[in-house]
Design a protein around this ligand. Sequence first.
Ligand code: GLC
Length: 338
Amino acid sequence: MDNREWFKQAKFGMMVHWGLYSILGGEWQGKRIPHIGEWIQQYFRIPRVEYEKLATVFNPIYFNAEEWVKLAQDAGMQYMVVTAKHHEGFAMFHSKVDKYNIVDATPFGRDVIGELAEACAKHGLKFGVYYSQELDWHEPNGGGYSEGKTWCDNTAYWTNNWDYPQENKNFTQCFEDKIKPQVTELLTNYGDLCLIWFDTPFDITPVQSQELYDLVKHYQPNCLVNSRIGNGLGDYQSTGDNDVDYDYEADCEKTEKNNEVLYRTVRTGLLECPATLNDTWGYKSFDTNWKNADEVLALKDKLNAKGINYLLNVGPDALGRIPAPAMEIFREAGRRLK
Ligand code: GLC
């Protein structure tokens, strides 16, 4: 089936943010991050050499791909999207391009993207990956350094400016040497992907967004690409994070009128809203602000009524466990859906 057709009917998916940040659980040297957990390296300006040490203790012995797949299916979800590499730059798959990956750099030594891809294929759940194609805090030339692009109450750039000074950055080098090769690895080593979920386009040029889009289609013509590839490209529109009141027509009008090339709304009619179950994407031990099953189902109805898929996130902990409350809520939502 054409994935565009499938996507239209899918309605409900599971997003998973999992990486080295999950080990910290939102805390660094006696302080708690008030923002989303996967941004901890940036928020506390953790030096690269210090942050890399997390990999040496990453050993999620309770990770069980089949259990995650089963949970998504119990919840009535039709697909799963997992962070293959977030802004921290660490690959959750076995990359030949960069040793900073879960197989080569951790005692765990297992390719979790591979195991999840396999479990999804076995149980008939569609599988997609999140890949941060621009922000990469591990790379001297990671993107996100455009002037005026700040974050965390205007205290920081999106890029790594604590290890690597803001001047003389060259995203093209990172794009050519890491991003394209790693995206190729994802497209060629893990079977059919239903979609690739790109994020945070700032410095990526129209030519680069196009190149990346073509790369995806070259290897997997049926793999969908979300609009955060940048520059008005993509097969479907991602709404803002947790933007459950998203108004598609208004967004189209606004981005076209203001000629917002980078964030132009993708006019294919396919839509998806990424949303959190608590208030973070990556695991934070102290974020217990869970939506209950009623709230989840109400949000699902609201989004689906507007033709928007609900991509609901969960952040597993350092041992590979999905927090118990999240599991209960997912299962309860699934029971009621049936
Ligand atoms: C944002 C954040 C990121 C998160 C994403 C999910 O763009 O930078 O941490 O992965 O939203 O939609």
